[in-house]
Ligand binder design. Structure first.
Ligand code: ADP
Length: 221
């Protein structure tokens, strides 16, 4: 926690300096360098944010504001956000509309959006070109289930037990994406269980890839 907080201030200074530089009159070559430094500084900001989240979770300071939330509209925002990444990786990303109305869930809007970001980003990043990521929602009993089904690299039997552990990354994931930190699913599942929900996953039976399912309780009237 202390380290993450201490990293924040100089990082903010670096971001300001880079933003000012980006607006100045630069040669094409220098523009590209500043852009690359700026992209990396965004990644650092995200990593520091993740570390702060982990320390807040572990010290019991992770707070939630529960309200009735329309999960499909959050899913459609997240799908829109990741469409450029999916297109650049030649992955078809789509949200299926449900045949029956999906009731609102009891959730913290921002945190649940974070969970969907993580599940959908993973699905897109771990799916090779030509594959697809399909998101479906359904109401079942007192819960809503949102599934993210990809046709990607899959999760081997040897990794299944550890996938929600902090910092754990399967070897096939490290090979295709060297940028991850193995913290996303740990935080995502903590958020889900703090909602009295859960996240589970299963290998697809009718082809390659994995389906992650987020379960959340339907909001009471
Ligand atoms: P990261 O993606 O940064 O490595 P996560 O905590 O989000 O960290 O995921 C942990 C690990 O779970 C990944 O490194 C990868 O091995 C595996 N994983 C997560 N999502 C998928 C997926 N959709 N397909 C295959 N493997 C996955």
């Amino acid at each position: 926690s202390t380290a993450a907080h201490q990293l924040r201030t100089p990082l903010t200074g670096i971001r300001w300096a880079l933003e000012a530089l980006e607006k100045s009159d630069l040669s094409e070559e220098h523009k590209a360098l500043v852009k690359s430094a700026s992209d990396k500084s965004h990644e650092l900001v995200a990593i520091v944010g993740t570390l702060l989240d982990i320390s807040a979770i572990e010290s019991g300071k992770y707070k939630y504001t529960f309200v009735p939330v329309d999960i499909q509209s959050i899913a459609s925002e997240v799908v829109a956000d990741f469409t450029p990444l999916a297109q650049s990786g030649k992955v078809a990303l789509y949200l299926e509309s449900s045949a029956t109305p999906i009731p609102p869930v009891r959730a913290d809007q921002e945190r649940i959006k974070w969970v969907l970001n993580n599940l959908i980003e993973n699905a897109v990043r771990y799916t090779p070109a030509g594959g697809s990521v399909r998101i479906t929602t359904q109401a079942l009993g007192t819960s809503v289930l949102l599934s993210v089904r990809d046709t990607g690299i899959g999760i081997g039997n040897e990794d299944r037990e550890n996938i929600f552990e902090r910092f754990y990354r399967a070897q096939n994931a490290i090979t295709v994406q060297n940028g991850g930190n193995g913290l996303g699913l740990y935080i995502a599942r903590t958020i889900a269980t703090d909602h009295n929900g859960d996240i589970s996953f299963a290998s697809n039976t009718e082809g390659p890839g994995t389906t992650f399912t987020l379960t959340l309780p339907i909001a009471q009237e």
